[in-house]
Design a protein around this ligand. Structure first.
Ligand code: GDP
Ligand code: IMO
Ligand code: MG
Length: 423
């Protein structure tokens, strides 16, 4: 067994990129297994900030192979922009960036369909990143999609045109939206050449061979468990399995090959886009979390909704993922609060529970909070548990008790080195 998984336990943006970048040094291969350019994973290394959308967050570690797995959907335009940005940093990476033949392609018309579908939903809109994710996964499951391995086929252009025309017909069912297909197509085909030049692999063989050779592999999740297509706050979710099970289908490995599942939660909670969020704050504390935490989407720049950490929600995602190690990020953001709260249970129509109901929007959920005294000490950047103020240590201890699991890593700043590793 040599595959460890890092994934988000909330609604995304938990700090996955930072933690993957930190831990990647212990692995030979880092792989993305689902999602696409709806993800925005931020890394901060020696004062320089990088945002990755499709490329795995192990890319800054010299000598490590990074794989875009079959479960990922790729927009050649975003990918070639990312490649261009990385090239400018001067790191050597092209020979270490591999892509699965079975990963699906996002067409310009997938993005238009996303936009038209969202516009037609009015107030019920998901708040999609509009990167074409939903329509591309629909074509995948509908058995119409185009894959990386198709690019080299003589019939590729014909297949592209057929799918594009299907999309254009579908678009006519929606109120019109504006787009310039000719210009976008020209760009898309140009960027396809960049993708063509990457080494395409049969990811399932590559990874299983690496496992047999005893190599250590890290699977990097995108989005968060509460955005999972099956177990998230449906329909306000993304279109892939963001949970541990997605690693098996998204890379082609068997469940027993998975060793540790490293689940990440912020020390509070955020969500971007629509959908239920039981512990959301609409007061000064919510605004303060957003301001200090600089809670703006790494992909869309939209402000993230903020609230206190939610124990029933976390217990649920610990369960469905089989988490073996917990990471708490952004503890430093709570440095200057009078009090820090934790949602410990839900009150649903007079009944207290710590289980999530079938539909979080159907009933009125009132979270029950436990309040803790704030520590009022600047400990940003700390990488030793012993230097944390006693009240911050207590807060971590309380979370451990409520979650019934030890917290192994605590992140105290965006920088790679601002991380406490506990034995
Ligand atoms: P991801 O999508 O899970 O990789 O997370 P994002 O990159 O979208 O959002 C996390 C944001 O928090 C980024 O701006 C990170 O630089 C930042 N960040 C990560 N860990 C910490 C931390 O411990 N403290 C602070 N203050 N910021 C952090
Ligand atoms: P990372 O990997 C936070 C949200 C969108 C929207 C819903 C569906 O950076 O954590 P989609 O574009 O998939 O159709 O959007 O999911 N969403 C994310 N929220 N972080 C992400 O990725 C997200 N990717 C999608 O805001 O509510
Ligand atoms: Mg993000």
């Amino acid at each position: 067994m040599a595959v460890d998984v890092i994934l988000g336990l909330q609604w995304g943006d938990e700090g996955k990129g930072k933690i993957v970048d930190f831990l990647a040094k212990n692995y030979s291969i880092v792989c993305r297994f689902q999602g696409g350019p709806n993800a925005g994973h931020t890394l901060k290394i020696d004062g320089n900030k990088y945002v990755l959308h499709t490329i795995p967050s192990g890319i800054f570690r010299e000598g490590i192979v990074n794989i875009i797995g079959n479960g990922v959907v790729i927009d050649p335009i975003t990918l070639s922009k990312e490649i261009e940005n990385l090239t400018q940093t001067g790191i050597e990476f092209l020979s270490r960036l591999l892509v699965s033949n079975k990963a699906h392609l996002i067409l310009p018309t997938h993005r238009y369909l996303d936009a038209a579908s969202e516009a037609s939903k009015g107030k019920q809109k998901i708040g999609s990143t509009l990167k074409g994710i939903g329509p591309t996964y629909m074509d995948k499951t509908g058995r119409n999609g185009l894959r990386v391995g198709d690019i080299k086929l003589a019939s590729f252009n014909a297949k592209y045109k057929s799918l594009r025309d299907k999309h254009l017909a579908l678009l006519r069912q929606y109120p019109p939206i504006e787009f310039d297909l000719e210009a976008e197509e020209e760009k898309w085909f140009k960027c396809l050449e960049v993708l063509k030049n990457l080494q395409a692999i049969d990811c399932e063989y590559y990874i299983n061979k690496a496992i047999t050779e005893g190599k250590q592999i890290l699977a990097e999740g995108a989005q968060g468990s509460m955005l999972d297509i099956d177990f998230g706050t449906y329909p306000f979710v993304t279109s892939s399995n963001t949970i541990t099970s997605g690693v098996c289908s998204g890379l082609g490995i068997a469940p027993q090959k998975i060793r540790d599942v490293i689940g990440i939660t912020k020390a509070y909670c955020t969500r971007v886009g629509g959908g239920p969020f039981p512990t959301e704050l609409f007061d000064d504390n919510g605004a303060k979390l957003g301001k200090i935490g600089m809670e703006f989407g790494a992909t869309t720049g939209r402000p993230r909704r903020c609230g206190w950490i939610d124990i029933p929600q976390l217990k649920y995602t610990l369960m469905i993922n089989g988490v073996t190690q917990i990471v708490v990020t952004k503890l430093d953001v709570l440095d200057h609060f009078e009090e820090v709260k934790v949602g410990t249970k839900y009150n649903i129509e007079g009944n207290e529970t710590d289980e999530l109901p079938y539909d979080l929007t159907a009933q009125q959920i009132t979270p029950k909070y436990q309040s803790y005294k704030g520590w009022h000490t600047d400990m940003a950047g700390a990488n030793d548990f012993d230097v944390l103020p006693p009240l911050a240590k207590d807060y971590i201890g309380q979370l451990e008790q409520l979650l019934g699991m030890r917290i192994k890593y605590i992140s105290t700043g965006p920088e790679r080195k601002s991380l406490i590793v506990r034995d």
